[in-house]
Design a protein around this ligand. Sequence first.
Ligand SMILES: *Cc1c(COP(=O)(O)O)cnc(C)c1O
Length: 476
Amino acid sequence: MRYLSTRGHPDRLRFCDILLEGLAPDGGLYMPEAYPQLDRAALDRLRQVHAKQGYAELAYEILSLYIDDIPAADLRALCHKTYTAAVYGTEAIVPVRPLEPGLYIEALSNGPTLAFKDMAMQLLGNLFEYELARRGQELNILGATSGDTGSAAEYAMRGKKGLRVFMTSPHGRMSPFQQAQMFSLQDPNIHNLAVEGVFDDCQDLVKAVSNDLDFKARYKIGTVNSINWARLLAQVVYYFAGYFQVAPDNQTRVSFTVPSGNFGNVCAGHVARMMGLPIAQLVVATNENDVLDEFFRSGVYRVRGSADTFETSSPSMDISKASNFERFIFDLLGRDAPRVRELFGAGLSQTGRFDLSQDPAFAQAASRYGFASGKSTHADRLATIRAVHAAHGETVDTHTADGIKVGREQRDPAVPMIVLETALPIKFAATIVEALGHEPPCPAKFNGIEDLPRRVTVMPADLAQLKAYIAQHCDA
Ligand SMILES: *Cc1c(COP(=O)(O)O)cnc(C)c1O
């Protein structure tokens, strides 16, 4: 398998060449040259693998279709090391439960940080450690987080050889649980940097460091953002695992609703569908930051400025543009790289929008690729959390509530709908208290986490100080 850029760069790279990279050199995103096709017999075999040998082996089978530059035995070992009942608290790893007739919840949030980003990041940590050792290299991961990404990255990279994490976050702005999760880590290779500013300040600092190419090379700076192909690939696996748990055979069609921000999670669903998994619809659920819902309704993609990007009670979906969306548009436009380059390159930076409403391809987003969308607001979120609690005695998190609200609206009664649960409610406790009047349940292993000693450095939003901190903590 070779990978190419959505913007037409001539390189054709193998998996490990793009594993440690972000964007392609032309600013595009990496995509597989072609999607491996699974016919009925292949799906039957994967269903058996999942039933008899479990999630880790299913992950190995799917990943090996896309990775041919890691020996099979090593890749299998990495999958089995990653997806364990000890880490995810259940043998099923991503158990599916019925919520109401025809509507299911797939739990992606039983990993170390209780959000779905663990599903990919845990694998990435092991893949990075493996590949860096093989090359005799080190990597210093620099990131900005408003919560879920940073904690997932830290829990995936803690204690890993050859890796350090420098994670900036806006001082005092993450939820108390998220702060406790990150700042209680005592591993020497994990550095929490609380920046006096907002999330955008953190992102600007990270960009400024990455733009200093000398510094970047000297201190071996890398990232783990959601455009990384390996993260997306890891997420493809749980669409298969969810499907096998709900569909009794490999002909039944099933739909998924996905609480979405950067379009990473649902893009993995698109990949699974392109491989031949019988997915009817892929429903994109957004919050008030409805860039994606607007596109799927109107054909207009319009990125938002920071003044039009809202801070919501499903904060991990607060985006101004959807970083992985280019991957889907590439497929939608028949993999016309020059056209993608025009739309996402100069066009988008000049006008902040593009319009496909008059393009015949736009209608195919729904008809050929199964996409639908909807939006959920703070009021919808509270109402959904209350209704689910009243009817089923269960507490769902705010992002999952957005998914349930939109999934119910969009569902075809004849097709089972799986809503992806992307976080546990304890991470966003304030909104649960607002909805229900009491705290959400806290998994036993996190009891008392808010009282643990903290390891965090507070600093002003100052590039020189950030660089000095990094330099001082790398043995360059
Ligand atoms: C990151 C995140 C999302 C959004 O996922 P994307 O891949 O960015 O679309 C949704 N819910 C939670 C809890 C998240 O952490």
